[in-house]
Write a new protein. Sequence first.
Length: 333
Amino acid sequence: MLRVILLLVGCLTLGLIVWHIGPGNIYEAATRLGPVALCVILLPSLVMYAVEAYGWKITLGPAGQAVSFLRVFAVRTAGEVVNMTTPTAYVGGEPLKAYLLQKSGVPMVEGLASVVIAKTTMTIAQVLFILLGIGLGFWILGAQGSPGQVVAAGLLSVGLLAFGAMAFVFVQRRGLFIWILETLRKLGIRIGFLEAREGKLRELDQTILNFYTRHQTAFYASTALYFLGWLAEALEVFVIIAYLGGPVDVWSAISIGALSVFIKGGTFFIPGSLGAQDGGNLLLLQAFGYSDVTGITFALLRRFRELVWIGIGLACVAMMGTPSGATPQSAAK
């Protein structure tokens, strides 16, 4: 049932994205470049998915050593399609990742711990990437005028995001899930599902704490890998604009890529970031001096990439299915 629901939600969002953009517009943008160019444009996202999958794998610890990289890649891709197609602040697919890892023998507690840690390292790397992009934006656009004001507002927002990421790490080191449970109790809210699993929650908190205290090298390595994954976004920007015939340099590509990530993150509550992401990318490229046509085509090609990976993710969900002998309820025990 879980797999069917996820597939239906994913397919519905995929259909909405296609309808929102317009099948004719997608076809025109694709045929104008040709199949070879489209494949080249997809390569940076493949690099990003592969690097980030490895960034997650090294947080699995001993339990993940027996899990192949391809399996981790497929599980992460399946989880990411849920993040991309549901209004869950890009965290809805994280429990699914741990759930699917059980089929490869990773205990649920260790799988969930790795998901929390990997999400943390990814967020820290994302903040660093956006900060780099904003700094380059100041340098390229200048601090004066409307674009500079936008960059300044972004800098303030990212500062708040960085504070939130550090606070999240702080809470994890002191027991995230038990803290949530105790906070609910103080508010007079008792959830039977959580109350019955207090021991598992303590074990989960201890597993996370052990990683931070005993595997600091893995923590920094995971953060570095995720940062490389974010840089692949900049490579994609460079490749797309180059194929569109526009002038582009490395620094502008990094800044555009980082600010595009910031725009997408700010619209997490919209499934697929419909409308907001496309309009944001158009305005972003206009701020960097590109034409409306380049901005619109750029947005369409990035949507094309998303459609491809949503399709791959849905295929991963369909192929992996439910772990044998397990249900969503039993997996959580």
